[in-house]
Design a protein around this ligand. Structure first.
Ligand SMILES: N[C@@H](CCC(=O)N[C@@H](CS)C(=O)NCC(=O)O)C(=O)O
Length: 228
C-alpha cells in the first residue's frame, strides 16, 4: 500500500513538475531573486523570468503590488497562484520540484539551515547588502559618494553575523555538508557582491571555513549562469 502510494505520489509530482507554468518576477541582480533562481537551476526546472526593475520603481506599480503588496522581489507565480517571500518560495519549490533535496533530513542540520537563513535575513543582508554593497557598488554607479560612516558602522554587525554562520556551518564542501541546501542559495548571492568590496577581507578575516566554502561555491555552473 505504502509503495503504491509512493509510486502515485511520484507520478503526481513528476506530472505537476511538467505541467506547472512557473514565472519568477524580479530584478536579475537581486540577491533574493538569485536565491530562487539558483534553486530552480540546480533542480533543472523550467521557468520564465519576468523582469521587475527595482531601480526604476517598477516594483511599486499597481500591477506588481497586486501580486506582492510589499513591493519586494522575488514573487513566484505557479499557474494562477502567487507566492511571495523567499523562504515560502524556496520551501515550495524544494518540496514540489526537488523532492526536498535542498533541505537536510537530519533535524539538527535542518535547524542549522533555518538558523543560517534567518541570520542572513535579519542580520547579514541588512549590513552586508543593505549598507556596504549599496554604498560601495550602487551609490557610485548612480553618481553619488559612498557614506563612509554608514559603511564603518555596518562592518561589525556583518562580522558578527558571518562569524555566527561560521560557528554552525559544516562547510565541507557546502554549508551543511555534502549536499547543496537552501542556505547556500541564500549566502552565495551575497558573497558575489561582498567580495567586490574592500570590507570583505576584514568581515571574513575570522571565518576560514566560509572562505574555503566560497572557493568551491563560486565554481558551480549554476552560480556562473545566474550570478554572472
Ligand atoms: N522578505 C523578502 C525580502 C526581499 C527583498 O528585500 N528584496 C529586495 C531586493 S534584493 C527588494 O525587493 N528591494 C526593493 C525595495 O525594497 O523596494 C523576501 O524574503 O523575499
Amino acid at each position: 500500500m505504502l509503495i503504491k502510494y509512493l509510486c502515485l505520489y511520484g507520478i503526481f509530482a513528476q506530472k505537476s513538475k511538467i505541467m506547472a507554468k512557473l514565472t519568477v518576477y524580479g530584478t536579475p541582480l537581486s540577491t533574493y531573486v538569485r536565491t530562487v533562481r539558483l534553486l530552480l537551476e540546480e533542480a533543472s526546472v523550467d521557468y520564465t523570468l519576468k523582469e521587475i526593475d527595482i531601480f526604476t520603481g517598477e516594483n511599486q506599480s499597481p500591477e506588481y503590488l497586486a501580486k506582492n503588496p510589499f513591493g519586494k522581489v522575488p514573487t513566484l507565480e505557479i499557474d494562477a497562484e502567487v507566492v511571495y517571500e523567499t523562504p515560502a518560495i524556496t520551501d515550495y519549490l524544494n518540496t514540489v520540484f526537488a523532492n526536498q533535496q535542498f533541505s537536510p533530513s537530519e533535524p539538527l542540520l535542518q535547524a542549522r539551515m533555518r538558523q543560517i537563513i534567518t541570520i542572513i535575513d535579519n542580520y547579514f543582508y541588512p549590513s552586508a547588502i543593505g549598507t556596504i554593497v549599496i554604498q560601495r557598488l550602487i551609490v557610485p554607479i548612480r553618481g553619488g559618494q559612498p557614506d563612509e560612516d554608514k559603511i564603518k558602522n555596518a562592518v561589525a554587525p556583518a562580522q558578527k553575523a558571518i562569524q555566527a554562520i561560521e560557528a554552525i556551518a559544516v562547510s565541507s564542501p557546502y554549508l551543511l555538508g555534502s549536499q547543496l541546501s537552501i542556505a547556500d542559495f541564500y549566502l552565495i548571492p551575497i558573497f558575489i557582491y561582498l567580495v567586490q568590496t574592500p570590507e570583505y577581507e576584514v568581515i571574513t578575516a575570522h571565518t576560514p571555513k566560509l572562505r574555503t566554502w566560497w572557493e568551491q561555491a563560486q565554481q558551480l555552473e549554476s552560480v556562473k549562469k545566474i550570478c554572472a
